[in-house]
Design a protein around this ligand. Structure first.
Ligand code: ADP
Ligand code: MG
Length: 252
């Protein structure tokens, strides 16, 4: 049997085993290996790394896709100079994902346009890229989905679904009022995740106003208690980034 046949057989084997990248790069790795006199182990390692790298990339891409971010803004796109009230070291610590290991929450609190959603998304993207199951949802959509699930008698499985993410990002608490029944549903989710999973919240409302959002002081307190027990609160007190160009023009 000549070597072309064996080479072809090896190609067929790789394709049969669905090792597409290894098949694609086989010729090139053989050339490299001969030229550099690589050992069998180093050659095989190089070849298998091609397969692993592409699969890792695919997993990362699908984790980011599943997370349903509103946009793919990352930390490199964030101008810390524009928002001096933010402690950059604290944000870098969040990006280490230590808070997820420690099952802590993060609350970004501040007026519209200061970068709350951007920062929450940037942390979420970092988590998803590290293969941490992550999901982004607006508070209003979350509550609507829970309400719908309850009406359809499948609240439990919906809660389970939202509870399974190692990192859940709930955006825009307080933009719309939440009635008492819905507040109870929201509480159930917060209670399930309490001390077990990390959640990032963004809000434009001070905590003292949360009883107005949830229209019930008791429920609001119960929710706040659990969110804040193990949480870092990042209060942003700057200008809106959306308005910065307008303001520049006004000052000129
Ligand atoms: P918020 O959620 O606080 O209302 P966003 O995070 O949605 O604000 O920010 C509004 C817009 O401005 C987004 O497009 C965001 O990417 C951008 N942005 C906000 N702050 C910054 C910043 N410091 N550097 C760069 N872009 C920013
Ligand atoms: Mg926002």
């Amino acid at each position: 049997m000549n070597s072309t046949t064996n080479y072809q057989q090896l190609m067929n084997n790789l394709e049969y085993l669905k090792l597409k990248q290894m098949a694609t790069h086989l010729g090139e790795v053989i050339d490299f290996s001969m030229k550099n006199q690589l050992s069998f182990i180093d050659t095989l390692l190089k070849l298998t790394n091609y397969e692993i790298d592409v699969r890792e990339q695919n997993v990362i891409q699908s984790m980011v896709k599943i997370a349903a971010f509103p946009h793919l803004k990352e930390i490199k796109d964030f101008d810390f100079d524009f928002q001096p009230s933010i402690n950059q070291q604290q944000i870098l610590d969040f990006l280490s994902l230590r808070f997820i290991e420690e099952k802590e929450n993060i609350v970004f609190l501040g007026p519209s346009g200061v970068g709350k959603t951007h920062l929450a998304t940037a942390i979420g993207i970092t988590a998803a890229k590290k293969r941490t199951s992550t999901y982004f949802i607006k508070c209003h959509d979350l509550i609507q989905n829970l309400r719908k699930a309850r009406l359809e008698n499948r609240l439990e499985s919906r809660l389970k679904q939202y509870n399974k993410y190692k990192l859940l990002i709930i955006d825009e608490i307080g933009y719309l009022p939440i009635d008492k029944e819905d507040a109870k549903l929201f509480f159930q989710l917060i209670d399930l995740r309490y001390e077990k999973k990390s959640t990032i919240f963004t809000t434009n409302s001070n905590f003292k106003d949360w009883d107005q959002i949830f229209q019930d002081t008791k429920i609001a307190n119960a929710i706040l208690d659990r969110i804040l027990h193990h949480a870092s609160v990042v209060t942003i007190v700057g200008e809106s980034y959306r308005l910065k160009d307008h303001m520049k023009k006004e000052n000129e």
